[in-house]
Design a protein around this ligand. Structure first.
Ligand SMILES: *Cc1c(COP(=O)(O)O)cnc(C)c1O
Length: 221
């Protein structure tokens, strides 16, 4: 039942070894979006604790009961966040990986204060500068980091990206790593089912894997 988890874990270890990195420095985010609790439980039973969801409503329905059953769950928001859902997101998630605009940064800072809760953030970078993709434009990153980290004092751990599809992701991963180093960020969330081993070779500290663990999703991405 958890053979996919074992396979992905083994692949992470070998990608880390190939890159002379410690496998313990790479965390697996199991992307459980669209999957029902029955599909998620086998991974929880096998010890997986870090999960990613891309919709606040869906996470709100699924995860509070699962958190009651299993201790130590760490939930990451990996989908776009609307300002009017920030409070719910702050209550539900441990990590918000899709911080990508000033209005959202201000809302997260204000609501974390009101809720007396800290939520680790990643800044999402639109690394391929694609019109249809979320993320801050690379040219605006310096100013945005200054706002988030220095002015609003948000706990920004690192950067996240989704490279353009249909081409070699490695140059984009390397660009993201360079941006992170420039700003002193240690964490890099990059790599999905099709390219997580490449991402690890390029410095990913967490990989977001859905399909390779749960099988294909129907209906929506
Ligand atoms: C769906 C999703 C993933 C996982 O994609 P797979 O190809 O199924 O591994 C990773 N990151 C983000 C932001 C996603 O929306």
């Amino acid at each position: 039942m958890t053979s996919t988890l074992e396979t992905v874990q083994k692949n992470i270890v070998s990608a880390a070894n190939n890159a002379s990195r410690s496998p313990g420095d790479i965390s697996l985010i199991a992307v459980s979006k669209t999957k029902p609790p029955e599909a998620i439980r086998p991974l929880l039973d096998a010890g997986q604790r870090t999960f990613g969801e891309n919709k606040v409503q869906e996470a709100a329905a699924k995860w509070p009961p699962l958190r009651q059953e299993y201790g130590g769950v760490e939930l990451h928001l990996i989908g776009p966040l609307q300002s009017n859902k920030v409070r719910q997101a702050v209550q539900l998630f441990d990590v918000i990986e899709t911080l990508d605009r000033p209005k959202l940064a201000r809302a997260i800072a204000r609501i974390c204060n009101e809720e007396s809760k800290t939520v680790t953030c990643y800044i999402q970078v639109n690394i391929g500068r694609e019109a249809q993709k979320a993320g801050i434009d690379p040219n605006a990153l310096d100013g945005f980091v200054a706002l988030c980290r220095d002015e609003l004092m948000l706990p920004v751990a690192g950067l996240m990206c989704i490279p353009p599809s249909g081409c070699d992701p490695a140059p984009y991963f390397i660009m993201l790593k360079e941006m992170a180093e420039r700003h002193g960020f240690e964490k890099l969330s990059m790599g999905m089912s099709s390219d997580y081993m490449t991402a690890i070779a390029c410095g990913a500290t967490s990989v977001r894997v859905g399909t390779a663990l749960f099988g294909t999703r129907e209906g929506r991405p």
